[in-house]
Structures are given as structure tokens and as C-alpha cells.
Design a protein. Structure first.
Length: 48
């Protein structure tokens, strides 16, 4: 039996899920999340 890589999309970014359940988050998605958090909360930690 071969190991299959699956994927799903979040906000237009493709996230791969390997057979063991490990998710591979692209660097561009991480940047998108960090920028979004700063816009909403004003800080990286989410606490003012």
C-alpha cells in the first residue's frame, strides 16, 4: 500500500496533508495569517 498525500484549501492556499497526518503550511500562508492578525489585533501576540 502506498502512502498518499492529500490536500485541502484555506483562503486560496493549498495545504498538503501527508499520510501520517502531518500538515505542510506554505510560508506564504503563514505570512498571510501573521499580517491578518496584526491588522485585526494591532500586535503579533493578539494582545494590546
Amino acid at each position: 500500500m502506498g502512502l498518499e498525500t492529500r490536500s485541502f484549501e484555506v483562503y486560496g492556499f493549498k495545504i498538503e496533508v501527508h499520510a501520517g497526518g502531518r500538515r505542510v503550511w506554505p510560508p506564504s500562508f503563514k505570512r498571510f495569517i501573521n499580517v491578518s492578525v496584526v491588522r485585526v489585533f494591532g500586535t503579533r501576540s493578539g494582545v494590546n
